[in-house]
Design a protein around this ligand. Structure first.
Ligand SMILES: NC(=O)c1ccc[n+]([C@@H]2O[C@H](COP(=O)([O-])OP(=O)(O)OC[C@H]3O[C@@H](n4cnc5c(N)ncnc54)[C@H](OP(=O)(O)O)[C@@H]3O)[C@@H](O)[C@H]2O)c1
Length: 352
């Protein structure tokens, strides 16, 4: 919830980098924070390896370092992520841009369920309106057009300042653009998976279409769920950090959502970690030249592409490191080198 115009804060702090959200008057930091793991016991083990205090500190540090854009969803932690985010926002006076999402589960058959869900999200966030309301992912049987129609209604209520979509390909996005422009409205964002290990939005032309249409491409899983930090080894691939209960939840998740990033990251076994080593090495070399870390380079690459990455953070250390991706930029030659090496690893986007 914005407490004062973002432009006003930027005028007071000219050093804060900001980019326009779609064609709105909202200015967001070029790097945002995602809250999928906040309050999630089922997959992420909230309360075990990280606590509410860790998240509150991560939030505070992110804001202090100039991040003003936070992404959540009704589905994260069964609503707990929205509750935590709302509580943390109330501790601050800075203007923040808060986005949440509606999940059109297959049992939600009535168009009105989107407006009801928005109301529930606002109650959990304890806000009168949200800055960005996003359609999480399309599931049948209700048609995409029907949901887009209800998204325009959400905008009309004034309970959201802007609307966006997520997990939509180029065709769906342009369909939504047409529908919105017929009503004199505009679509502000499309949130899709985009990282050095998944460049599908670039290859498919989605990124270019976003730039042409004035739509912000919000890049989720920009670190490929932590894989691009370089912290995993063939002896300790990602799956090792999950306990049995969480592995079962992930397995169930991957059956329902086979393309889900969590399910994919866990399939990075020892062989895949070995295969991506040239990319991790290059991230390390470029990082050393800038006195940065591979994580910061991986996030900066997404920003150099003209997308806004939203990175998941769980604690103070991660928040500090990730915020260090702001305020500098890779050289064109370095982006080209990363493009070249990562282009050989795009099979992970489909199969991993
Ligand atoms: N629209 C959608 O369908 C969709 C889907 C997925 C995500 N999202 C959004 O995108 C956000 C980010 O995506 P994501 O969480 O999937 O992936 P991500 O940002 O690529 O990775 C985040 C994970 O990497 C690890 N990490 C982060 N910073 C680190 C650092 N500096 N050093 C070491 N490890 C670090 C943390 O997990 P560990 O500490 O456990 O390693 C963290 O949870 C989500 O929170 C959510 O808001 C949206």
């Amino acid at each position: 919830m914005s407490k004062m115009p973002a432009e006003e804060n930027q005028a007071r702090n000219p050093e804060l980098p900001r980019v326009q959200l779609g064609r709105t008057d909202m200015m967001v930091s070029p790097l945002g924070v995602g809250t999928w793991s906040w309050g999630d016991h089922m997959i992420w083990g909230y309360g075990q390896s990280y606590t509410r205090q860790d998240l509150e500190t991560a939030f505070r540090i992110s804001v202090e370092k100039g991040i003003n854009f936070f992404d959540t969803a009704e589905a994260y932690g069964w609503g707990q992520a929205e509750r935590l985010l709302g509580q943390f926002v109330r501790l601050r006076t800075e203007p923040l841009v808060i986005g949440t999402k509606f999940l059109p589960s297959p049992w939600r058959l009535r168009k009105s369920s989107l407006l009801a869900a928005l109301e529930n999200s606002l109650n959990r966030l304890d806000m009168e309106r949200v800055d960005l309301y996003q359609f999480h992912k399309h599931f049948p049987p209700v048609s995409f057009e029907t949901w887009m129609d209800s998204l325009t209604e959400a905008l009309e209520t004034g309970k959201t300042r802007a609307v966006g979509i997520s997990n939509c390909n180029c065709h769906q996005m342009l369909q939504a653009v047409d529908l919105f422009s017929e009503r004199g409205m505009s679509l502000s964002s499309n949130q899709v998976e985009f990282s050095l290990l998944n460049r599908e939005p670039e290859y498919e032309g989605l990124l270019e279409a976003c730039h042409q249409q004035g739509i912000t491409l919000i890049a989720y899983s920009p670190l490929a769920m932590g894989v691009l930090t370089g912290k995993y080894t063939p002896e300790h691939p990602p799956i090792h950090k999950f306990r049995l209960k969480e592995r079962l939840a992930l397995h169930a998740y991957s059956l329902v959502l086979p393309a889900c990033s969590a399910a994919k990251a866990c399939q990075f076994g020892p062989d895949e970690i070995i295969q991506i080593q040239p990319l991790i090495d290059l991230l390390g070399d470029i990082a050393a030249a800038h006195d940065k870390t591979p994580t910061q380079v991986a996030l900066n690459w997404v920003m150099c592409k003209g997308a806004v990455p939203i990175v998941g953070v769980k604690n103070e250390r991660q928040a500090l490191e990730n915020a260090g991706a702001l305020g500098w930029s890779l050289k064109g030659t370095e982006v080209a080198e990363l493009d070249e090496v990562s282009s050989k690893m795009q099979h992970f986007a489909d199969s991993a």
